[in-house]
Design a protein around this ligand. Structure first.
Ligand code: NAD
Length: 390
């Protein structure tokens, strides 16, 4: 299969793990260039990871050597970057969230469709070993019909915005920045949501605390709801309670539990690729499920400080195979749009005090099982990459 010539746009924190993985793990990707609005940032990553070309964003858009753009810019600039690249005829993979409003996302989806281009959207943690194993457990009926669920995550998002400064802008609240992993996982496991009812509270005005990073900084308030408590009715019938609290402390109480007619599945942390799932049946001991899929987040090929971020890039690689095979990709534009419609629906319901009905839909096929081997420092990939190819 011909490799897909790819450029990364946005050379900040998360680009470290993307560039390392795109260069080493996925034989379908040919990483030809990196670009950033700040040329020094692009130059630094090119030198650090051995990428042969540094481009400006306009050069990447105009280059016939680039087929696929991987957008790793902050959420509030996604719309402009994605639009520019689609208009230039590039396929686009974007980090989450697709944009910061559903209206912008709808416009980009329509543009991609009109141009016959792929638009793929993170979170791609849903293609990791943890969530794909959970999906297999559900698809094979291990807990019967899902009746309900519970999803919880908490942090001190305003404090975290001191270090990750892009979080101070639109799309920086905990629901958009981290809750999205829980929404993505729920969608992958249960399908589309029909309606949403929620209560919310704003993020606090935040006084800078890490003075060494914030000398002279004014207080800020992340726009949107810092806390959202919601009920989601899925089209499959499941009722799921969601609590995202960004106004508390950084002692994360991750919970993602699905209750079924035959058993209970405790799903591993969806903000990682290798969250372990456990199964509960009546009158038996809780039991851990072995992974049925690869991409468990273990990154053993020459260690870097960013390996914690796991197998990011797997969604872009799966999309590259989809491009060559002429089939829909799993983390496609409809998935990205629906994720955003759920998040925005929760905020709209909280401010209007009404139930919000959602109108977008999506479908996501599970991956074939595939094993990721850490043998020989991860160079031996076993059949995990084959699982990305239909
Ligand atoms: N940091 C994380 O832990 C993390 C984890 C997963 C996903 N993400 C997502 O990845 C994306 C980037 O996050 P990050 O932490 O790398 O942010 P960052 O601020 O470290 O890096 C963003 C980069 O984008 C560049 N940029 C800004 N505007 C641009 C534009 N218009 N054109 C080209 N380049 C532009 C900046 O110069 C910077 O180098 C966000 O969507 C975020 O939600 C971040």
């Amino acid at each position: 299969m011909e490799k897909v010539k790819t450029a990364v746009v946005g050379c900040g924190m998360i680009s470290n793990i993307y560039i390392k993985n795109l260069k080493n793990l996925f034989s379908i990707i040919d990483l030809v260039a990196v670009a950033d609005i700040d040329p020094a940032a692009a130059k630094e990553k090119a030198e650090c990871y051995g990428v042969s070309r540094v481009m400006t964003v306009d050069e990447a858009a105009a280059s016939p050597d680039v087929e696929l753009v991987i957008n790793l810019t902050p959420a509030y600039v996604h719309y402009g970057v994605i639009k520019k690249m689609l208009e230039a005829g590039k396929h686009v993979w974007t980090e989450k969230v697709m944009t910061v409003t559903v209206n912008e996302a709808r416009e980009l989806c329509a543009l991609a469709e009109r141009k016959g281009l792929y638009l793929g959207v993170a979170p791609d943690t849903v293609l990791g070993a943890g969530i794909q194993t959970a999906r297999r457990a559900l698809d094979t009926g291990m807990i019967g019909e899902i009746t309900s669920g519970l999803a919880v995550i908490n942090r001190n998002q305003s404090l975290n915005a001191e270090v990750f400064t892009f979080l101070r802008g639109k799309g920086g609240t905990l629901p958009y920045d981290v809750g999205i992993y829980y929404i993505g996982a729920l969608l992958c496991l249960l399908g589309p949501v029909k309606s949403v009812k929620a209560f919310g509270a704003p993020a606090p005005a935040h006084e800078p605390q890490f003075l060494f990073r914030n000398a002279g900084a004014e207080p800020w308030q992340i726009p949107g709801c810092g806390v959202l408590s919601a009920s989601l009715r899925f089209r499959c019938g499941a009722l799921v309670s969601v609590l995202f609290d960004g106004n508390t402390v950084n002692a994360s109480q991750h919970t993602l539990t699905l209750f079924g007619t035959r058993g209970i599945l405790k799903v591993g942390d969806p903000d990682t690729f290798g969250g372990r799932n456990t199964l509960l049946y009546a009158d038996q001991q809780e039991c851990a499920l072995p992974f049925t899929h690869g991409y468990d987040g273990s990154n053993t090929l020459y260690p870097t400080p960013f390996d914690f971020y796991g197998h990011r890039g797997v969604g872009a690689a799966e999309m590259a195979y989809a491009i060559r095979q002429g089939r829909p990709n799993r983390c496609g534009r409809e998935y990205g749009l629906h994720c955003l419609e759920v998040l925005e629906g929760m905020e709209r319901s909280a401010s209007a005090g009404e139930t919000v009905e959602l109108d977008t839909r999506f479908a996501m096929k599970p991956l074939k099982p595939g094993y990721y081997s850490s043998f020989m420092g991860g160079l031996s990939r076993a059949d995990a990459e084959l699982s990305l190819k239909d």
